[in-house]
Design a protein around this ligand. Structure first.
Ligand code: MRU
Length: 351
């Protein structure tokens, strides 16, 4: 199943996504038809995860370009029928540029989003069919990347920790975060398929519970044995010898090997270093950003206070409480054992 794709129906073209806000209770598809709908879906994490954001951004540009082309056709038809009724001639280029900017800025941290948008937008002069072809090429590349990472990552885990790996993962890095397969979670499911996985702990990932809601859902669908732990338990479970390696994804990998990922990743990296176990990052080349020198140069998204001050729709903090809610953190490269991409294994510092 593709968790994001391009579809066409009687109402025209659309981006179809699994609504990740409804999981695990409800599996609901959404069809996004306007830039505003795509931006909103990205902002409220109905579609999320770095590679999926890249595909959403590129398809979003394709949607905007297709809509503008359809408008131009309608305008020409109106002109041909009655020169006096054509009123929508101006501003098409500006509108498209504004759409591109809105998509590009919908979330700041995952480099894939801006990259996907820019890649598709570069084809705008060649027309909407070329933009769509570029976006679909990105989609297909991410699908192929997932398969390559799964194989290479599974080989590395077995090499490092043996044939019965007990892993801990954080946030969600499965097909939901990509298109199919996933990054770190694709490695987990590949190990299971090979009979080389003893179990995996999904770190719940406060405040929006991507681990408890999404990773647990995907692992259950794949029939992989798993447990869910609160985020703070991770380092202790490692210290107690219950975890052989940490494996997670990335939103941006900087030139020096710093890894920007869901907040909580850094704590797991510190726990892994203390316990002397590998800390592994799995991400496609589309997440490697050599133009950004270090993690300190990455814009870290701060999200709404309400995500932290309440739980499941109920306020859990006293009136007047304020929140700190960075959605991501930076794991310094010296804590990273290896980064597995679709093309290579990077070892930021041999440890
Ligand atoms: O805020 P989110 O849910 O988009 O954050 C996602 C993550 O941090 C993932 O770990 C990352 O994008 C890797 S996706 C394969």
């Amino acid at each position: 199943m593709r968790t994001i794709d391009w579809v066409s129906d009687a109402d025209g073209p659309a981006i179809e996504i699994v609504d990740q806000t409804a999981l695990p209770d409800t599996t609901r598809m959404l069809r996004l038809r306007t830039t505003a709908e795509v931006v909103d879906a990205i902002a409220r994490l109905a579609v999320r995860g770095a590679p999926a954001l890249g595909v959403a951004g590129a398809l979003g540009v394709a949607l905007a370009a297709a809509r503008d082309a359809a408008r131009a056709v309608a305008r020409d038809a109106a002109r041909a029928g009655d020169a006096g009724t054509a009123g929508d001639g101006g501003g098409a280029e500006e509108r498209l540029a504004a759409d591109v900017e809105a998509l590009r800025g919908a979330r700041p941290t995952a480099v894939n989003l801006a990259r996907g948008v820019d890649r598709a937008a570069a084809r705008i002069p060649a027309g909407p069919a070329a933009v769509l072809a570029e976006a679909l090429a990105l989609r297909d590349e991410e699908i192929a990347s997932s398969a390559a990472m799964a194989a290479r990552g599974a080989d590395l885990v077995t090499e490092l920790v043996g044939p019965a790996a007990r892993l801990l993962t954080h946030c969600n890095t499965g097909g939901l975060a990509t298109v199919t397969g996933g990054t770190a979670l694709a490695v987990v499911t590949e190990l299971h398929r090979r009979g080389a996985l003893a179990g995996v702990i999904a770190s719940e990932t406060r405040p929006l519970l991507q681990g408890a809601r999404l990773t647990a859902w995907e692992l259950r669908e794949a029939k992989v044995p798993f447990r869910v732990a609160v985020d703070g338990a991770g380092p202790f479970l490692m210290a107690r010898g219950e975890v052989d390696a940490v494996i997670l994804g990335a939103d941006r990998i900087c030139a020096n090997g710093d890894v920007v990922n869901k907040v909580g990743s850094y704590a797991h990296a510190l726990g892994a270093a203390r316990a002397g176990i590998p800390f592994l990052v799995v991400a496609p080349e589309s997440t490697v950003d050599d133009a950004t020198a270090t993690g300190a140069d990455v814009p870290i998204e701060d999200r709404a206070a309400g995500e932290v001050l309440g739980f499941a729709g109920h306020r859990t903090t006293p009136d007047g409480a304020e929140a700190a809610n960075p959605a991501f953190d930076v794991t310094p490269h010296d804590l990273v054992t290896a980064i597995v991409t679709d093309r290579r294994v990077i070892r930021p510092t041999a440890r």
